[in-house]
Structure formats: structure tokens, C-alpha cells
Design a protein around this ligand. Structure first.
Ligand code: GDP
Length: 138
């Protein structure tokens, strides 16, 4: 079994109709989607998901934004999934993201940066488990 990473297509990208194009880039990039759903986070759920950032100045803005509309959450499988997906999405700030990356193409600002990607194998497992049970992953 390959490694996994976890992603969310964030509210603005979904609202702007980019979910399909982003998922196409993900599968063209060699990732297999092993779980996926569309849902809207409550503020409390966004706060729980991003608890690691609770002392950062942008925490309120981030959790407000992430609960502002539907997202697409997915588990992605590939060799070296975490690192390869971070490369495919590009830098946190889209102004610094490399050409061809998802954030360069679809993000509107550092806060509304189109997608989330796990930053470690341990966090990928935790984040996938936040949204999906064993029976939801294929
Ligand atoms: P990531 O791993 O590349 O998503 O970046 P971080 O873990 O550093 O930050 C998590 C998320 O917080 C980012 O994806 C952004 O949506 C948001 N974020 C990070 N820095 C800022 C900031 O300076 N302002 C705002 N509004 N949001 C930020």
C-alpha cells in the first residue's frame, strides 16, 4: 500500500467552480483518490481541524473562511504522497507558488489558497481520520 495524504478543496475554489479542474490535476499528477466527500464544516469543526494554529493571528480568519461554504475533502494515495502533493499544490502564499502548481493557478490569496495538503505522514493519518472512517476509504 502506498502512502496517503489528505486534501481539502477550500470554499472559494469550490464556489468558483474549480473543484473538477483541481481533482483532474490531482489524478493527472499520479494520485489515486481513495476517499472523497463534499461537506460544510461548522466553526467548531474548523477550529478542531486547525487546532495546531490556534495561537496564530490568522486563526479566526482561517476558521471563519473554512466554514464559510462547502469544501471537497479527499484522501489521496501515491508513493511519497505527502511530499509530492506539497510540490503539486505549491507554496502557501500563491504569490510565491511555482508555475503549474494548483495554488498558482487557482488560489486568490494566502488565506483563500484553494487547497489544503497534509505536512507529514502522521498528520495525513490524523486528518484523513477526522473526515473518514475505515469503511469510507477504498
Ligand atoms: P499550508 O500547510 O501550506 O496550508 O500552510 P500553513 O500550515 O502555514 O497554514 C495553514 C493555512 O492557514 C494556510 O493554508 C492558509 O489558508 C492559512 N494561512 C497561513 N498563513 C496565513 C496568513 O498570513 N493569513 C491568513 N488569512 N491565512 C493564513
Amino acid at each position: 500500500m502506498s502512502d496517503i495524504t489528505f486534501t481539502m478543496v477550500k470554499p472559494t475554489a469550490v464556489a468558483n467552480g474549480h473543484a473538477g479542474a483541481i481533482l483532474a490535476k490531482i489524478t493527472e499528477g499520479g494520485f489515486r483518490i481513495s476517499a472523497m466527500k463534499m461537506l460544510r464544516l461548522s466553526i467548531a469543526e474548523a477550529e478542531a481541524f486547525y487546532a495546531v494554529h490556534k495561537d496564530r493571528p490568522f486563526f479566526g480568519e482561517l476558521t471563519q473562511f473554512m466554514s464559510s461554504g462547502p469544501i471537497v475533502a479527499a484522501v489521496l494515495e501515491k508513493e511519497n504522497a505527502v511530499e509530492d502533493y506539497r510540490k503539486l499544490i505549491g507554496a502557501t502564499n500563491p504569490a510565491e507558488a511555482a508555475e503549474g502548481t494548483i495554488r498558482k493557478q487557482f488560489a486568490t490569496s494566502i488565506g483563500e489558497n484553494a487547497v489544503h495538503g497534509s505536512d507529514s505522514n502522521d498528520n495525513a493519518e490524523i486528518e484523513a481520520g477526522f473526515f473518514f472512517g475505515f469503511k469510507d476509504m477504498f
